[in-house]
Design a protein around this ligand. Structure first.
Ligand code: UD1
Length: 375
């Protein structure tokens, strides 16, 4: 390993729920190993409800943020702009050498732009993923972030191909596996040591030996009444054969109320769940129906059938090697896919390369080497 003459200051940015599980293993590895980085945790405050944010810090053992930007919700422009203004202030004050951003949320985009314009190196964890669907806000965030990043940490080989095709230098691209899977395995081990009585959803599990789990929050699925009504209809149909449990995201909750849609009793709804509570639920599920990005990967890592209510995925490895099927928002396709799982037709599934719990170490070693070599 090349050594860096002096310690470098790294800002690690997280803003929204799916970021927290990605920074947790990196912070843990920094605490455990001897890396030449002094770090600050920056929480932009994109997600702010206790159950969307604080519980994750507690359960995932992430130290309290050094900076909290408290930006809250708003239009994309408002939210991104607020993060940029407040992040620039702390960068000017505390002068990082490197900003690490993860995933594809608005905070990822905003902080990478600020860093780059201040001449600070940008490391993007989960770089190179592409859905090919530019109408997705996350796709814009991914493309812009990658267009200005210096170090690209990639979870699956499709990411390497996209980055090379976009002209990124080979020596800045590191295929390291997935920090979210590092976190998953860490939490699975912790879960084994906890009693079932620690979880609110245990009652549901005891009552229903076989069940499915639903999550839904993408604007393309939940922001239009006819689309959301169609999905609720399909879930209702599935729930006649398999009881479903549905932790409802705040965006979705708001829209269900606005559109006057009701969920039948065969689908149990809950508030958003903490990481451990959700893991305890989906690890024993017969299937998961979701439009999340991360859950497609976590189900693959644990071998749980996943039905993805989207037209595409930026995570094709979960379909090629994992348990994922892509069905879109068409009610008939959703119901057919669920019936197929219930009939026992299972595809072969293997764990993707480097999804082994050691991605954070690979990232920090690669960064140490690259910065040590002056790249
Ligand atoms: C954001 C991310 C998305 C990620 C998702 C996970 C972007 C563009 N989108 O979408 O990639 O998959 O997080 O949840 O960054 N709200 C609350 N409490 C909160 C947070 C949000 O009530 O703590 C409500 C607000 O009404 C807000 C709405 O949820 O307007 C949407 O939140 P926002 O952060 O804009 O986007 P998400 O849909 O959560």
């Amino acid at each position: 390993m090349n050594t860096i003459a002096q310690t470098r200051k790294m800002f690690i940015v997280a803003g929204a729920r799916p970021n927290f599980m990605k920074i947790a293993p990196i912070v843990r590895e920094l605490q455990r190993g001897s890396y030449p980085f002094e770090y600050r945790i920056v929480h932009t405050g994109q997600h702010y409800d206790k159950e969307m944010s604080d519980v994750f810090f507690e359960e995932l053992e992430i130290p309290a943020p050094d900076y909290h930007l408290d930006v809250g919700s708003g239009s994309h422009a408002e939210q991104t702009a607020k993060v940029m203004v407040r992040f620039e202030e702390i960068c000017l004050r505390d002068r990082p050498d490197l900003v690490m951003v993860v995933g594809d949320v608005n905070s990822t985009l905003a902080c990478s732009i600020v860093a780059k314009k201040l001449g600070v190196k940008v490391a993007h964890v989960e770089a190179g993923l592409r859905s090919g669907d530019i109408t997705m806000p996350e796709e814009v965030n991914r493309i812009v972030t990658d267009s200005i990043s210096d170090y690209f940490f990639v979870t699956e080989k499709s990411g390497v191909s996209h980055l090379l095709a976009e002209g990124k230098p080979k020596d800045g691209i590191f295929f390291v596996g997935h920090v979210m899977i590092d976190n998953l395995f860490h939490q699975v081990e912790k879960l084994k040591r906890l009693p079932q009585s620690a979880f609110e959803t245990t009652l549901f599990k005891q009552k229903h030996p076989s069940y499915g789990v639903v999550t839904l929050h993408r604007p393309s699925n939940v922001d239009r009444p006819e689309t959301l009504a169609g999905i609720v209809g399909a879930l209702t149909e599935v729930s006649k054969a398999l009881p479903l449990i549905f932790p409802v995201h705040p965006r979705t909750q708001g829209n269900l109320e606005k559109f006057g849609l009701t969920i039948p009793d065969s689908i149990v709804t809950t508030k958003p769940l903490s990481y451990m509570e959700f893991l305890n639920l989906f690890k024993d599920a017969r299937m998961v129906l979701t439009d999340s990005g991360g859950i497609q990967e976590e189900t693959t890592a644990l071998g749980i059938p996943c039905i993805t209510l989207r037209e595409n995925t930026e995570r094709p490895i979960t379909v090629e090697e994992g348990t994922n099927v892509i069905v879109g928002a068409d009610p008939a396709r959703i119901v057919a896919a669920a019936r197929k799982v219930l009939s026992g037709a299972g595809a072969d599934c293997r764990k993707p390369e480097f999804w082994d719990g050691n991605a954070a170490g690979r990232i920090l070693k690669a960064l140490t080497d690259a910065m040590g070599a002056g790249r």
